[in-house]
Design a protein around this ligand. Structure first.
Ligand SMILES: [Zn+2]
Length: 321
């Protein structure tokens, strides 16, 4: 950013921030588009930019104007010059009868057919400049609000298009932007490119994969990785425990089954519903025997076991030996 004489010279990259800081009290609805015709790329060769800018100012003053006509100029190298004597709060002298709600931008070149072929640097700067102005003043990006000088008559009447004979000038040039100075030409590339730049400025698309991790993000990511690793180990050990438990309960199950079988066998020994055949004679005998008080000798309210039958058999055989 260089300030000298009546101008402030900015790099393209400085303009948006500079513009954001400007307090503009007057209403802005239109952005004018001009080429300077003179100076142009030929006169600009090896010329100091401030000499060029002051030259334009002097030319305007010599016509009786109060100050430099335009608010902003764009040089062929892409640098942007602010007219300090025609700051944004001052109505420009750009298009006779059509200035009050305008900002006047002069692109330093001759864009008539056979004139200058716009440089990439100037092209990029111009697109960026109009996008920034549209953002700052909330101006719709279309041919109603971004106006070529050629779409206004000598009396300041807004025309429907560039109309040779009625338009006050060919400005910004019959080969402007490589497409010409008509409404259709503006809608072909110029307006869409400003829209795209506006979109880029106001809604920057950040692709995650393009962004390297910040220090904090890397730290958080490492922590997450460690947590996942630890959880995975815990899960593995839980699965192992489950297998161990399953095996243990299967073994217990089969042990209980065996014990059950042994208990059943023991129970069967303790209680026989009918006497074994070898004990039948003894049992028949004792069932018919009574003591001196008339009680049956066999009194077995808890059932009869194999041992009982064996003892009854032994007793019977002993009594009958
Ligand atoms: Zn013009």
């Amino acid at each position: 950013m260089i300030q000298k004489g009546n101008f402030l010279l900015l790099d393209k990259s400085e303009f948006r921030e500079w513009l954001k800081k400007q307090n503009v009290a007057r209403p802005i609805e239109y952005l004018q588009v001009h080429h300077t015709y003179l100076p142009n790329y030929t006169t600009r060769r090896n010329q100091d930019p401030f000499k060029c800018l002051e030259g334009m100012r002097n030319s305007h003053l010599s016509q009786g104007w109060a100050a430099t006509g335009q608010n902003i100029s764009v040089l062929e190298d892409g640098r942007i010059a602010i007219s300090l004597d025609r700051n944004l709060n001052r109505i420009p002298a750009g298009i006779k009868g059509f200035n009050s709600k305008c900002i006047c931008v002069e692109i330093v070149a001759d864009f008539n057919v056979g004139g200058d072929k716009i440089t990439e640097l100037q092209k990029e700067s111009v697109v960026h400049l109009y996008a920034c102005l549209a953002e700052k003043f909330n101006i719709p990006i279309n041919t109603t609000h971004i106006v070529y000088h050629a779409w206004v008559s000598v009396t300041g009447e807004r025309l429907s298009d560039y109309i040779p004979g009625r338009s006050s000038k060919t400005c910004p040039g019959t080969a402007f932007w490589g497409d010409g100075n008509t409404i259709a030409a503006a809608n072909k590339n110029f307006i869409p490119q400003i829209k795209a730049e506006y979109q880029r400025l106001t809604n920057p698309v950040v692709k995650d994969e393009d962004q390297p991790m910040t220090k904090e993000e890397k730290l958080a990511f490492d922590e997450l990785q460690a947590t996942v690793k630890s959880l995975s180990k815990q899960l593995e050990s839980l699965v192992n425990s489950k297998d161990v438990l399953k095996k243990g309960s299967q073994e217990q199950g089969s042990y209980i089954k065996k014990v059950d079988e042994r208990v059943a066998k023991l129970e069967s020994l303790n209680s026989l519903p009918a006497p074994p055949s070898y004990a039948q004679t003894a049992i028949d005998h004792f069932e018919k025997s009574y003591d001196k008080d008339g009680n049956q000798v066999l009194n077995t309210p808890d059932g009869r076991s194999k041992v009982f039958y064996d003892i009854a058999t032994i007793m019977y055989r002993y009594l009958n030996k």
